[in-house]
Design a protein around this ligand. Sequence first.
Ligand code: MGD
Ligand code: MGD
Ligand code: SF4
Ligand code: MO
Length: 902
Amino acid sequence: MPEVKSTCCYCGVGCGVVIEHDGRKITGVRGDPDHPANFGRLCTKGQTLHLSAGTSARVLFPELRRGKSGARVRATWEETLDYTAERFATIIRKHGPDAVAFYISGQLLTEDYYVFNKLAKGLIGTNNVDTNSRLCMSSAVAGYKATLGADAPPACYEDIAHTDCLFISGSNTAFAHPILYRRIEDARRANPNLKTIVVDPRRTDTAREADLHLAILPGTDVALCNGMLHVLVWEGLCNADYIRNHTEGFEAIRETVREYTPVAVSEICGVPAEDIVKAAKWFAESKATLSLYCQGLNQSSNGTQNNAAVINLHLATAQIGRPGAGPFSLTGQPNAMGGREVGGMANLLSAHRDLANLQHRAEVAKLWGLPDVPARPGKTAVELFDAVRTGEIKAVWIACTNPAQSMPDAGPVCEALAKAELVVLQEAFANTDTARYADVLLPATTWGEKEGTVTNSERRITRVRAAIPPHRKSLHDWAIARDFALALGEKLGRAEDAKRLFNYPTAESVFNEHRETTRGRDLDITGMSYAMLENDGPQQWPLAEGETTGKVRLYEDGRFPTPSGRARFADTKYRPTAEKTDARHPLHFNTGRLRDQWHGMSRTGRVARLYNHVDEPVLAMHTRDMERRSLKDGDIVRVSSRRGSIAVRAAASDEMRPGQTFLAMHWGSQFMNSAGANALTIPAVDPVSKQPELKHAAVQVEKLELPWQLVIMRMVSAEEAPRLLAGVQPRLAGFGYATAGLFGRDDPAVILRAASAAPMTDAALAELDDLFRFNNARCMVYRDARRGISKRIMVEAGRVTAVRLTGETAARDWLKEVMIEHTSAEAVRRWVLAPVSTLPAAISSTRGRIVCNCLNVSESEIMAEVAQGADLPALQGKLKCGTSCGSCVPELKRMVAMRKAA
Ligand SMILES: Nc1nc2c(c(=O)[nH]1)N[C@H]1C(S)=C(S)[C@@H](COP(=O)(O)OP(=O)(O)OC[C@H]3O[C@@H](n4cnc5c(=O)[nH]c(N)nc54)[C@H](O)[C@@H]3O)O[C@H]1N2
Ligand SMILES: Nc1nc2c(c(=O)[nH]1)N[C@H]1C(S)=C(S)[C@@H](COP(=O)(O)OP(=O)(O)OC[C@H]3O[C@@H](n4cnc5c(=O)[nH]c(N)nc54)[C@H](O)[C@@H]3O)O[C@H]1N2
Ligand code: SF4
Ligand SMILES: [Mo]
C-alpha cells in the first residue's frame, strides 16, 4: 500500500499521521513514529480519520442560487466565481470595501489563510477578515502580548517531561488534547513527585487525576491567581532578582493583590483558603512549574486578564524560560497558530504585525507592493455578524467554519445569514448548519487531499500532504481564494494588480511569500522551506536563515520583545461574568468538548464508533438540582436562557457542583432539533480580545412532558450512513425532542430518537418508514393502538436490520446490541409478537456502552473484571482495553476507583 506522511486535522497537538491509500481512496491511518508531537500515538479521533474520509458526506460541486429565493443549483466553477465576483464588485463599488467580509478558520492551512488575508486586506482593501480563532485563541494572543510582548507560547511539549508542577487551568486535556495527556501520564509515572493542580469548575477526567483540584466557581480565575500571588508576596516566595532584572509593573499588581487574601478569595472562588495557599506554594517552590490552559480561561469576558493573571504568577516566580517551566497556552484547532502567524484576524497583519501600527502597515504594504493597506480596524466575529444583520455588511464569505452553530447566541447569527445579500460558503462537508444559508456553496478539498503547512501549539510547523486527488469538483482552499481574487480583479478593473498579487502556482509558492514576511520578526522562519520540512521533519519557530534548528524554548535569556526588553506584569482585577444567575435563570450554563467528537460533527459525526463514548447530547447536572425539579436520569428537559431554549436529556453527574450545568457544544441542527448549546449562550465579549463568553450563561431547567416516544434504527453501509442522516435532518425540527446519530462498529446503524406531546399520524410514520427503507414484506409488526404502542422489526438473512418502536422504547438498548452483534434474531421474533413491550427479564443483560473504542471492550465486561478485584494493569492484561490509543485510561481508572470506594 502506498503511504504519505501528513498531520491530523483535528486538535492543536498536531500529531503526525501516516496515511495509507490505494491512489484513489484512503484505506487506513496510523501514528507517525517519527513525529515529535506524538511519536506514533493517535487518539480515538486520529485513529478513525480514514473512516471519516468517506466521500458520501462531501460537497461535490459548486452550487449557486441567483437571488434570495429558490434552491441552489449545480454550476461550473467558472460561472460560480464569475457571478460571485460580479456581486462582490457591485457591492464594493456601491458601498465601499467594508461592505464585504470574510469569516475564516483556524482549520485552514497557513497557505489558505495567507491568501485570504491578502485578498481582503491587499486586494479589496478591507480589514473585515476575522476567524473562528476569535472564539478560541484571541484572549491567549492578547494575554501574551500584554505581558511577554509577543504572541509566542514560550514552552514546548517536552517541558511536560521536565516539570515538577503542572498547573492546568480551564483545560480538559484528557478530552481535548489526548496525546498531550498521554505525555502527562508518562511524566507522572517517571516522576512520582510531580504535582498537578487542576483549576476547573467541573470534576473532569483531568481534574480527577490531579493532586489538587480547585473546583472554583465559574469565571473567578483572576481572583484565584491574584490570591495565589498574594500568598507569594506575603510568604516571600517571589523571585525578587528576576522581578528586578527582567520585568516591570510589579508594584501595581503587588498593591492590587493586597486585598486578595486567601480568605477573601476563598469567598469569591468557593474553594478552601488552604487549597489556595497550597497551590501557591507548589507553584513557587517546585523546581519547574508549567501551566497548561485553554478555553476555561479564554472564553470569558475577562479572557485577556485570565491569561495575564496566570502569566503574572510565572513572572513573579521566574517559572519561565527554563526546561519544564512556562505559561503554555494550548491551541485548539490544528492551525490556530498558523492563522496568528499570517495575521488572519481583523486587528492583525502578516507575521505578528499589528494593524494599529503605522510602521507595520507600511511594511506589509511594501512586501505586497501596494501603496498602503487599510488602517480602519476590521470587525471581529461577534461585531461582524451583527453588522451583517444590520445590513452594514452586505456580503459575507465563510470558509472552513460553521458559524450558524458555533457562534454564541446563534439565533441572531442565523438571522444575519438569512438576511445577508450574499452568503458564500466554502465547505468540504455537506449539510452543516450554515450550509442552508449559503447562496453560493463552494466545494473545498479536505484532509487527505490538501497540501500545505500547519503550526501546532508548541510553534512546530509540519507539512500537510495529499494522499489522494481532490474529490469530484473540489478545489484547495487557497486556490479558490486565488481564483476568486483574479476574477474580482477583473471586475474591479484591477486585473493586472490581481495577477501580480496572486501569482501562486502552488501552495509552496504561497508559503515562500509568507516566509519572507517573517524576516526579522519574532517568528522568523526564513531558514525553513518545504524541502527542509520534507527532509528534516517538522520544525519549531523561530528558525531564521542560516540556522538549522528552531528554538525549543523562548526567553531563556530573560529578554522579552517589549520596548524595554522586560516582561510586563498586568494589573489584573477580578470582575464577575457578564450574565448573573437570578430567580428566573438560577443555574450556570457551561459548555465544552467531549473526547470523541469534533465541534459541529461534520466529520466525527459520520463515524459510528465515535458515538460509543457519548451517544446523545446530555445536560449534566448536580443531583440536588435534579431532585429539586423532580428529574430522573434521562428525562427530557427544556433548558432556557434569556436568548433561547432547547430540549435535551438531563443526567446527574458527579462532575458538577450544585447550581452548575454542562452541555457539550457538538450537537447542532444536523443532529438534533435545535441549534444546541449556542441557542443559549451570550454574545458578551472580552473588551480587549473581543473573544466571546462561551462558558458562562444563566439558564433555567424544567421537565418537558413529551409522553409519545419514537426510536428508529437502521443498519446501513458506511457510505449510505451520511445520506440517510441527511434525509433525517430536515425532519428533526418536527419533534418536541429529537436527536439523530450512528451506532455500531464496522457496519454502522443510523438511529433517530424522538419524542412529542402527541403521537405522529400513521401517514407521517409511513413516510419515516419509507425513508428508513422498511420493506413491509420482511417486517414483523405488533400494534396496540389503544396503548399507542407499536413494534416494527425487519429481519433480513437472519439478522435484525431495522427497528421502529413507538410509545414504549425501553427495549432499544437490547435491540441496538442485537443489531450490532447480529445475535438473538429468534428471541427478537418472539418478543415482537408478545403484547409486552418492555424488555423481558431473561434477556436483560447487554454488553452496555463500549468504553474502549479501539479494542471494542464494553462497560459490563470491564465491570465484571473490576468486581473480581481487577486494577488497571489487570484490565489491560486481560481485556486489552486501554492498551491502544489510551484515551479510555482515565475512565478505566475511574471505574476501578469507584469500585474501591464502594
Ligand atoms: N475531542 C475534542 N478535542 C478538541 C476539540 C473538540 O471539538 N473535540 N476542539 C479543539 C479546540 S478548537 C479547542 S479550542 C480545544 C478546547 O480545549 P479545552 O479548553 O480543554 O476544552 P473545553 O471543554 O472547551 O473547556 C475546558 C474546560 O474549561 C472549564 N471551564 C469552564 N468555565 C471555567 C472557568 O471559569 N474557569 C476555569 N478555570 N475553567 C472553566 C470547563 O469546565 C471545561 O472542562 O479543544 C481542542 N480539542
Ligand atoms: N458553546 C460553545 N461554542 C463554541 C465553543 C465552546 O466551547 N462552546 N468553542 C468555540 C471554539 S474554541 C471553536 S474553535 C469553534 C469551532 O467552531 P467551527 O469552526 O464552526 O467548528 P467546525 O465544526 O470544526 O467547523 C469547521 C468546518 O469546516 C469544514 N471543513 C473541514 N475541512 C475543511 C477544509 O479543508 N476546507 C474547508 N473549506 N472546510 C473544511 C468542516 O466540515 C466544518 O463544517 O467553536 C466555538 N464555539
Ligand atoms: S491528539 Fe488526537 S485529535 Fe489531537 S492531533 Fe493528536 S490524534 Fe489528532
Ligand atoms: Mo477552538
